[in-house]
Every structure is written in C-alpha cells, then in structure tokens.
Design a binder for this molecule. Structure first.
Ligand SMILES: [Zn+2]
Length: 423
C-alpha cells in the first residue's frame, strides 16, 4: 500500500481522477469486507459519490473478481450468506459478523377483501360487500435464515379512528433489533433491504435536507444539525442556525443563500431552484447540472449527500446494515411474494368481518414455509445475476425462468453453474 498516497487521500489532497485511480489500487490490495467498509464510509463521501443503497459484500467481492481476483472454491459449490446449516462455511473474514439478508416491507389488508369469483346457482347474484371495510396495516421482516420474524411483526388497525399510517422508524428500533438478535444469537448482522417508498426515505427532523429549506434566513424551516464543508483541504463545521446574538434573526435557521455564502458558493443572481417560467421556458435542473441553482449546489455538497434516511439511521444505530432497493424493481424484493401468499390466504379465509381478518392475519403470516421463502430469495438472486451480466428486463426474465426451474437440493448451496454467474 502506498502510504504517502493514503495520507494525501485521507486529507482530501487527491483530485477526483487520482482518487479514482487510488481506489483501483485499493481494490487490488484490500479484502472485500475491508473494501466495502472503506468505500461506504470513507471514499464515497469524499469523492462525492452518492451511495443510496450501500454496497453488499458480494458487490465488493465482484469488484475484486473484475479486478482479476479469484475466490477459489475447494468445494463443489459456493456458499452464500444467510441460511444456517451445520456444514456451511461462509467466505467471510474471521471476526466479521455473519450477514443475514432481511427483507422488510409494509402492506395493508381489508376486511372486505375476499375472493373475486365464486360459483353461483343459475340466476343468483354473488353478494359482495361494498367498500374496503376496516383494515390492518402490517409491517414485517423475513430473514434468509429463519423466515418470518414473528416477534418483529407489527399490526395496526386503520380506518375511522386511526389517522393515517404510522411512522415506522421507531418500531424498527424497538421491535426489529431485539427480535433479530433473539432469533440468531450473537455474531449475526442483518442486511436489511427496504424499498424506496416514502416512509423509508423519510428523514429525521434535524436532517440536512435541502427541500425543507428557504432561500432566505428565517421563516418556516427546520433547525438542522451542523453541516460541514471542505476549505483548503480542511473540514470546517458549519452551524445551520444564526448565533443568538444576531441583530435581525437571532438563533434562526439560515437559508440556502446564507449557507452558500459562508461556503463561498453564492453569487448575485443565483436562483433558488430551476422552475418553469411564465413564458413556458426552463424547467427542472438538467441531470448533469451542478451549479444551475442554489438547491442543486447545496444538494451536491458532501454533508447533504451523506445524509441518511431515518430508517437507515435507526437500523445502523442498532449495528445492522440498511440497503435501498432500486426504484421500480419489485421483483428484487422477495417480500412482495410473501405478501402475495399472505393476501391469498386472507382472501380464501375471508368472511367479510374485521374480527376474522384479525384472527387470520397471524395464521396467514405463519402459513408461509421457510422453503417457499428460500425459493423466492433464490429467484431474486437469479434476477440480480441476470442484471449483473447486463441483461435487459426481458432477457433477464427469460434467464430467471430458466434458472428458477433448475433443481437445487438446498437453498444454501447454489449450483456451480449459477454461482459462476455471480463471478
Ligand atoms: Zn437547478
């Protein structure tokens, strides 16, 4: 390892391209786990690469492969993290916790959500209750290892006296972490996959979020935590509120203009955000624009880019990892299939009363076997592998069909032919 470079790098003295080259060198010398941590925590924030979903250990391994490294299997199959078996040997670094893939999602079910079709006698009309009826909001986790995590299951009634959906971050802390730890014992770390839904992308009250800010100081905008910026290779902390002694706006939240002024990034005539003008010209920021408006400039600042969502903060506070699934790819979220099975059970056992829905919910959740969950997860692996080799949606689907129909003796052991796709 080039120590001189490392010093320069950590002091932010390397230019973007040089930092990139340095990254390649690191890829060649560091092990996947170290690489993963390094990329997520050190490099990306510094070279201002936004990492929405983090990097899986497998991605790190794949990069190593692409850089010419081989993970030499002495067994007939590669083992993937997660599914507990006595004979499993995981390719993990000693001292590193075992990573367990966990899918989390929420869904709703209604009392009147019964079967859509039924056999009726000539001339009779099937009666169907009107409206959705009272409903349940369900939040669940499924683990690669144990399947449905019963103790972390959360049910809430919604409808008349319940205003909207709960804010799911707190229960993550209160229910998920203890339940996960109880089900796995020490030495396991959850890799929680969540989708990009609104609830999951919510930020804490004092988060650095540009869209909550005004252009000018004061007015209705949140008190945000301290930010920071780089000045002469030194990281400078920045208060997001004016001092209490300020003449006109004591203690008030600074607007974008003030924040940018202090960072030396404001100029006269800079607009707050790109908008459509009255004459129809203009519009949203161009995708590659970096300084078109105050909003874009600030969004690209490293401290704002580093801001984690509340779900991510909470999961990481508990010592686990959170990744976000790419948008519009529900085939990658195998909990969707789980919901499908749960809803099917509820429909088939529906008598259009809320009481029955409540009674059935737990039974529906428990009705899905671990083997079935593994099958879905295996299918997700196939999708990832197909996308990894650059296939488009259609070809990927074909590939997944082929791969999913192949027989495999246990989920833990992925056939060599399939494993080759991961390399
Ligand atoms: Zn803009």
């Amino acid at each position: 390892m080039n120590l001189k470079k490392l010093v320069e790098f950590t002091k932010n003295k390397l230019l973007h391209d040089e930092a990139k080259r340095y990254l390649q060198c690191i890829v060649k010398t560091e092990m996947p786990s170290g690489l993963k941590k390094y990329l997520e925590l050190e490099l990306f924030p510094r070279i201002q690469v936004k990492v929405l979903k983090g990097i899986s250990l497998r991605t790190a391994q794949q990069w190593l492969h692409k850089e010419g490294f081989k993970y030499t299997a002495h067994k007939k199959a590669l083992y993937f993290d997660g599914h507990e078996r006595e004979d499993s040997q995981l390719p993990l670094i000693p001292g590193e916790p075992r990573l367990v893939l966990v899918a989390h999602d929420e869904m709703t079910a209604q009392a009147h959500d019964g079967v859509m079709m039924s056999w009726v006698w000539q001339g009779e009309q099937p009666l169907k209750k009107k409206g959705a009826g009272r409903g349940l909001h369900q939040s669940d986790f499924i683990c690669s290892t144990v399947g449905w995590l019963k103790e972390a299951s959360k049910t809430l009634e919604y409808g008349k006296n319940y205003d909207g959906f709960w804010n799911g971050e707190l229960f993550l802390k209160e229910d998920f972490a203890p339940a996960f730890e109880k089900a796995h014992g020490p030495g396991y770390q959850a890799l929680v996959m969540v989708d990009n839904s609104q609830g999951h992308s919510a930020y804490s009250e004092d988060a650095l979020v540009v869209s909550r800010m005004n252009m000018n100081t004061g007015g209705k905008q949140p008190n945000m935590q301290n930010g920071w910026y780089i000045k002469d290779s030194v990281q400078v902390p920045q208060e997001m509120n004016l001092p209490p002694s300020h003449a006109t706006h004591p203690g008030q939240p600074k607007g974008m203009k003030q924040i940018l002024l202090e960072r030396g990034l404001y100029w006269t005539g800079l607009v707050m955000q790109c908008k459509k003008k009255k004459d129809g010209s203009g519009g949203k920021c161009k995708s590659d624009a970096t300084s078109c408006c105050a909003k874009r400039i600030l969004e690209l600042q490293p401290d704002f880019k580093e801001q984690k969502s509340l779900v991510q903060e909470v999961i990481e506070e508990c010592g686990h990892i959170c990744i976000f699934l790419p948008k519009f790819h529900c085939e990658l979220n195998f909990i969707e299939f789980f919901w499908g099975a749960v809803k099917k059970y509820l429909r088939e056992h529906c008598d259009y009363t809320f009481k029955t829905l409540q009674e059935n919910m737990l039974m529906a959740l428990a009705s899905v076997s671990l083997q079935t969950i593994w099958k879905w997860e295996h299918r997700m692996d196939c999708w990832v592998a197909a996308y990894d080799v650059g296939l488009g949606a259609k070809e990927a689907q074909k590939k997944v069909r082929e791969s999913s129909s192949k027989k495999y003796t246990s989920h833990r052991r992925v056939p060599e032919t399939l494993a080759a796709q991961f390399n």
